[in-house]
Design a protein around this ligand. Structure first.
Ligand SMILES: Nc1ncnc2c1ncn2[C@@H]1O[C@H](COP(=O)(O)OP(=O)(O)O)[C@@H](O)[C@H]1O
Ligand SMILES: [Mg+2]
Length: 156
């Protein structure tokens, strides 16, 4: 699995932009790594590369959010929607099904990315692509190196 090092939060957004350019309609991605690893930061870069202009935050309390993809990126990826999920608070994977995530993720015109996807593995299809962020410490705020493990299909 290719490993990309991000030395700062800004770097992590750029890594997200590179990964974002590889994404195609129908893909489901699990973003994994401890609290503060940089999952949302990576996601912000991904969203930017998909033409999403509004600021992105973790949908921790609403489970997931459906965001329209930019017109140019829609042509390129074949996707109209970006689903951004967050399973951090989920105690039962079924909660996600009940909230309609499976239906949303199965839409062929959707790209689905779920922070903490490892917590709801049993409701995700086998074909899920896993991105793992490793960090030695989890200091918030100040920049420090993070290692992003990316499946070959999504490697820049
Ligand atoms: N190399 C780095 N990559 C990403 N974030 C970093 C890095 N170094 C420091 N940070 C900081 O770590 C925090 C990551 O937060 P966030 O992206 O919300 O993590 P998560 O969604 O995994 O909980 C931010 O405060 C960010 O500024
Ligand atoms: Mg997050």
């Amino acid at each position: 699995m290719p490993v990309i090092t991000a030395g700062s939060a800004r770097d992590m957004q750029l890594v997200g932009q590179k990964i974002g350019r590889k994404l195609r309609a129908g893909q489901i991605i699990s973003l994994e790594g401890q609290l503060g690893a940089g999952k949302t930061t990576l996601m912000q870069g991904i969203a930017k590369s998909l033409g999403v202009t509004k600021a992105l935050t973790s949908p921790t309390f609403i489970l997931y959010r459906v965001i329209p993809i930019g017109a140019v990126q829609e042509k390129k990826t074949g996707a109209r929607w970006l689903v951004h999920g967050d399973a951090y608070r989920v105690t039962r994977a079924q909660e996600f099904l009940e909230a309609g995530l499976a239906d949303a993720a199965q839409d062929p015109q959707t790209i689905t990315i779920i922070e903490w996807g490892d917590r709801i593995r049993e409701i995700l299809p086998r074909r899920v692509l896993r991105i793992k962020i490793n960090t030695q410490t989890k200091r918030r705020g100040s920049d420090e190196a993070r290692h992003v493990h990316v499946p070959t299909a999504l490697a820049p």
